[in-house]
Design a protein around this ligand. Structure first.
Ligand code: MN
Ligand code: MN
Length: 306
């Protein structure tokens, strides 16, 4: 019997947190493989996750920065080492529950690996409850629903599938309107008062197109006008963040969920991004209508272009 650490990616979003929290609860409920499972987080919780857990009376996952050699881990909402915990290469990956592209993933032995291109990792966890023979409690259903809604931007993102729309009906079980509930959760995030550094760094991931280190960040808001009035400050924060992480280039998507598109800013070496997205490095950024999903509409074409 071992204690298995369950965690989502660095700069965690609501899906990274809730997938780890609820999946570890479900695995403990069925004493899966005779282990215990502990939810952790690779960074400070987003405001909406902290509030949802506090309201539910659930302790916040322990924040960790590294793992010991041989530690058993379950990765949720990611698989790429550049987005994961320090020490991952010497840890033992017991499982992965994810909905992203597979990056540099390799293990020595067989493992549980579940990757489905659905709208959220929490959609997969919802279905896993059935596989494990566990009925979700109302609290678990609500936490999973919250992350499915924030990850799919209230079912508007092109990453949304019929499975997500069916799972949205979980709202009925907990007596809420899924889209309204998702919007409430989204709005507990104080994004309207984010500093330039928070817009850049709160939700950002490292990619390596053509051997270059490229950061791709996303700032989701219901009103992009405030950010558009801070372009010089945001660009400075982008340069500072890239320098701190040793990245060659950085992309920031200022995603307006009401206008359903993203203003895309580029800094540093971004040839792959310019080619993949078909845009130039304009000082004020380039408005890309319909672009809501980093993984599907930003990272994927950039990675495919090189
Ligand atoms: Mn995520
Ligand atoms: Mn996700």
């Amino acid at each position: 019997m071992a204690n298995v650490l369950v965690f989502g990616h660095q700069n965690p979003d609501n899906d990274a947190i809730m997938s780890a929290v609820v999946l570890s609860q479900l695995l403990n409920q069925v004493e899966y493989a005779g282990n215990t499972y502990e939810a952790c987080a690779l960074g400070q919780l987003p405001a909406e996750s902290a509030k949802l857990l506090a309201d539910a009376g659930i302790a916040e996952p322990r924040v960790i920065e590294s793992v010991e050699a041989g530690q058993l881990v379950v990765l949720t909402d990611h698989n790429e080492s550049a987005q994961s915990v320090a020490g991952l290469k010497d840890a033992t990956v017991f499982g992965v529950v994810d909905h992203h592209r597979i990056g540099d993933f390799e293990t020595a032995g067989p493992l549980h690996y579940i990757c489905l291109p659905w709208g959220s990792s929490c959609t997969i966890v919802t279905k896993l409850a059935g596989v494990l023979g566990v009925e979700l409690s109302d609290v678990q259903a609500k936490l999973l629903l919250s992350a499915m809604m924030t990850d799919t931007l209230m079912l508007k993102s092109p990453t949304t599938t019929d499975v997500d729309r069916a799972v949205a009906k979980l709202g009925e079980q907990v007596g809420v309107d899924p889209v309204k509930f998702g919007m409430e959760v989204f709005l507990t995030r104080p994004s309207g008062s984010f500093t330039a550094a928070e817009m850049v760094g709160n939700d950002i991931k490292m990619f390596e197109p053509a051997g270059k280190k490229l950061l791709i960040g996303q700032y989701e808001t219901v009103d992009k006008s405030r950010a558009l009035g801070m372009i010089d400050e945001i660009r400075e924060a982008m340069r500072a963040y890239a320098a701190e992480k040793g990245a060659d280039g950085i992309v920031l998507c200022i995603t307006d969920i009401m206008e359903e598109g993203s203003q895309v800013l580029l800094e540093g070496e971004t040839e792959a991004a310019q080619k993949g997205l078909g845009i130039a490095d304009e000082h004020d950024g380039v408005w890309m209508p319909g672009v809501l999903s980093r993984k599907k509409q930003v990272a994927a074409p950039i990675m495919a272009a090189c």
